[in-house]
Design a protein. Structure first.
Length: 349
């Protein structure tokens, strides 16, 4: 082991829900984890793309936001003391002479472990931006591609561009806060959930918000503050200027796999094929869970990632503890596991 490297049991690339729950499953098997994530905080897509957007399909949790889910996962894994290396990107993955995996980040952090888990979602998400002159001037102050805090838009004249779920969801969710919301889409047909479309049309009919069918063509403002946006109407009428204080542009996201593509892993259409007994890749000791992997019947759900993490941890145990026999236990009845979780005075063993 190099003098400057850190030794651990498992290195997890990605600190989204898949990576965080993997810490829990691995911790139950006495495996210590270090996590690396390019974001400056845990949570992955939940933290970056929809921290305040409702999530409805977490088992036994009828509703929670991305931020709430992240907070609960962090609370759940606290007993296992994971180490986070945030704001860093893994650039290299290679085998050491001792047979360990060596992970190196762009900031020079070097981690060595017998197991690596790639839980990097679909890679880095980059928003598709409207081709508008001077757009960069307003980014971060009055042009946004995600909602970090609903309060940012309280009392604002808000222009929302797009026709998918994100555009419709936020038009409905921010409606009670904004002074006025105008939804702009290039055609009077939407890719969002029918229920959301129906609610939006009902608000428009009741003069609760505006719907404009056309294309954004220019932005107007003073300094870095937006004052309006020009729209070429689909009807062919003269372009109109819509007054606004902020623009939320939801034209979709482009996923970039980044350095993961150079790890020597087999890739299929930008995803990592795995076998489904343990979600191990073609490289022994390297696993892929969550949206980054692919296999027959794959469903890109947080629920699926949790299932994959559990099976991955069972196989990882053999690499981390080759001299021990894996013993399946239930957290509800095992005093050993409850002791690890800090919920009983059981005896560790």
């Amino acid at each position: 082991m190099a003098d400057s490297s850190l030794r651990t049991d498992v290195v997890i690339i990605g600190a989204g829900p898949a990576g965080l729950f993997a810490v829990f499953e691995l911790g139950l098997g006495d495996m210590k984890c270090h996590l690396v994530d390019i974001l400056d905080r845990p949570g992955g897509q939940c933290a970056e793309l929809y921290p305040e957007k409702p999530i409805y399909d977490i088992p036994a949790v009828p509703l929670c936001t991305g931020s709430e889910l992240t907070a609960r996962l962090l609370e759940q894994i606290h007993p296992f003391g994971p180490m986070f290396h945030l704001g860093q990107m893994v650039e290299h993955l290679e085998k050491t002479p001792e047979g360990l995996w060596c992970v190196t980040t762009n900031l020079g952090t070097v981690l060595e472990a017998p197991v690596v888990v790639v839980a990097a979602g679909g890679g880095s998400f980059v928003p598709k931006k409207p081709p508008l002159k001077g757009l960069e001037t307003f980014e971060g102050t009055s042009v946004f591609y995600a909602v970090r805090s609903r309060e940012t838009f309280r009392g604002k004249r808000l222009l929302i561009a797009g026709g998918g779920d994100s555009a419709l969801d936020w038009a409905l969710n921010l409606h009670p806060l904004a002074e006025r919301i105008t939804l702009v889409h290039r055609r009077d047909d939407f890719r969002a959930a029918p229920d959301s479309v129906a609610k939006m049309r009902a608000l428009v009919a009741a003069d609760g918000m505006d719907l404009v069918i056309g294309n954004l063509t220019a932005l107007e403002g003073e300094g870095d503050r937006l004052t309006g946006a020009s729209v070429t109407l689909a009807s062919g009428n003269t372009p109109t200027v819509l007054p606004c204080d902020a623009l939320l542009a939801f034209y979709g996201l482009t996923m970039k796999l980044g350095p993961v593509a150079n790890f020597g892993l087999t890739l299929h259409e930008g995803l990592i094929p795995v076998e489904t007994a343990s979600f191990e890749t073609a490289l022994a000791g390297v696993f892929a869970i969550g949206d980054i992997n692919t296999y027959p019947g794959k469903m890109k759900l947080i629920l699926s990632a949790f299932h994959e993490a559990a099976l991955m941890a069972k196989k990882a145990f053999a690499y981390v503890h080759p001299d021990r026999r894996y013993r399946f236990q239930y957290t509800t009845s095992s005093s050993d596991l409850q002791h690890k979780l800090g919920v009983t005075e059981g005896t560790a063993g």
